[in-house]
Design a protein around this ligand. Sequence first.
Ligand code: CP
Length: 319
Amino acid sequence: MKQFISVNDVQDIDALVQKAISYRAAPFKDKILGEYKRVGLLFLNPSMRTRLSTNIAISNLGMEAILFNIHKEGWKLEFEDGAVMNGQTVEHIKDAAPVLGAYFDILCIRTFPSLTNKQEDYEEVFINQLIRYAAIPVISLESATLHPLQSLADIMTITDLFDPMRKPKIVLTWAPHIKPIPQCVANSFAQWVNAWGKADFVITHPEGYELDEQFSGDAHIEYDQSKALENADFVYVKNWSAYNDYGKVLTRDADWMLTNKHLINTNNARVMHCLPVRRNVELSDEVLDSASSIVNLQAANRVWAAQAVLAEILISQFN
Ligand code: CP
């Protein structure tokens, strides 16, 4: 594995999931794999789970992590080729990235979309320029359009719980939110479930919230949430802003918030969310605090997902 930006960087999803599961059983079995290697953790946005789980995974593999809150502590970066930098930006990514490439062995980066410039967001300008100019392996800690470490942990969590003798039904359902939220988690979950290929996959949302088809793929789109939820084994709850009417909030219809009533016709569905979650806006207390909720298992699995990816990069790029 040269980099980890999307599911396209993974040769065998099940093998990577099994590797993550093996690290959960024995976290320190590869303690010397990353000896003398240094990882730069670059954050342009807030994070709890991603930041801490990746730090723990780096430590479990014997590496050193250096955290840089680049949006608060670094120079304001310019990404446009040929820019005349007489405004707010101080340093071009062409100059900053090679420095980061010289200081570190691996770079991990979190950035969010603008939600105003669809083309720039969906071209993944930031992460692609970092890859190009840093010239060392890059791991996405969430980019403008995808959140692959979250999705790997999600597939791992489903693998932990589903009956391999029966094809599970997985439903990704839109949830209300008070403000525009990136499409990253929904895009990424859809991309991974499609690539995994072991589930009946349904996406349900109000009309207008269609995801980019490159990610929703062959998933069945159902605008009637209660119909979509029938016989579901796993229900992934997530808000996202509109892709077509880019970055817009088209509705805040509270009926879409998952409550116990919505779960009645499911197959005792397990309820997923990447967290952080706005309680009683996206998901009700009664669901989150019930045995149906597996959000904490998802969050715990983030450590092992990150460790599996880092180990794959160490083995393929440095050994
Ligand atoms: N799920 C997730 O990425 O959480 P954080 O934003 O806290 O890292």
